[in-house]
Design a protein. Structure first.
Length: 234
């Protein structure tokens, strides 16, 4: 059973969300603050996903997102923002969130996003065996994408990626030198029924460039195809 951490200071909202997630077959851990959330994450077994409200007492949700991501590259993170807080959404994605949802939101939309996100989570030892003919490593120039360990190597040096970043790299490696429209990347990584904005692709590309490019401002590997999308160049 997938475990989801719900961090929300308004008890009525937190309890409503938790109840619906439990009814959808998810195990839920509740926290009224960022500080309590961090305590629970150290006490309990790892969570597969976290739903973080931005407006929290004490440490806010964005700082919590950054703290969680530093310790866990596998967990899926969705931040919750009030309508119109565009800068908060962009900052959240930039520091490690995988998705965002805007208040007020429907429970069915939230569950759909969480289910799509948790399907991508790979905790050590839980993966099904791959067919013998399917390689566990994808090689592109100086890069090696190890699908078993979920680690990207550049000239032998490991690069820590989130699950979303890893899946974007998988898409690039499987479509070398091919211009991929943003919508195709969105569908390939977030799924066909994703409700969010295509700009989430651009934010994750910027984050990936910071990690893999020698000069992120002058990328040599993840190239922009203006007015269209991106192309991988090893």
């Amino acid at each position: 059973m997938k475990r989801v951490l719900v961090v929300e200071d308004e008890a009525s909202i937190r309890e409503m969300v938790a109840l619906n997630l439990k009814m959808a077959g998810l195990e839920v851990i509740e926290a009224p603050s960022a500080e309590r959330a961090l305590e629970l994450m150290h006490e309990e077994k790892p969570c597969d996903a976290a739903l973080l409200d931005i407006m929290l007492p004490g440490m806010d949700g964005l700082s919590l997102c950054e703290t969680i991501r530093r310790d866990d590259s596998d967990i899926g993170i969705i931040i919750v923002s009030a309508k119109g807080q565009e800068s908060d959404k962009i900052r959240g994605l930039s520091i490690g969130a995988d998705d965002y949802i805007t208040k007020p939101f429907s429970v069915s939309e939230l569950i759909a996003r969480l289910e799509a996100l948790t399907r991508r989570i790979h905790r050590g030892g839980s993966n099904a065996a791959k067919p013998a003919e399917e390689p566990e490593q994808l090689v592109s120039g100086p890069f090696v994408l190890d699908e078993k360990s979920r680690i990207l190597y550049k000239s032998g040096t490991p690069i820590d990626l989130t699950q979303v970043e890893f899946q974007i790299m998988e898409l690039f490696f499987r479509n070398p030198a091919t211009a991929l429209v943003r919508e195709k990347i969105l569908e390939g990584v977030w799924g066909k029924n994703y409700f969010g904005d295509v700009k989430i692709v651009d934010v994750n590309i910027r984050r990936l460039r910071m990690k893999i490019e020698d000069e992120p401002s002058s990328p040599q590997h993840i190239l922009t195809v203006w007015g269209y999308g991106y192309r991988w160049n090893a």
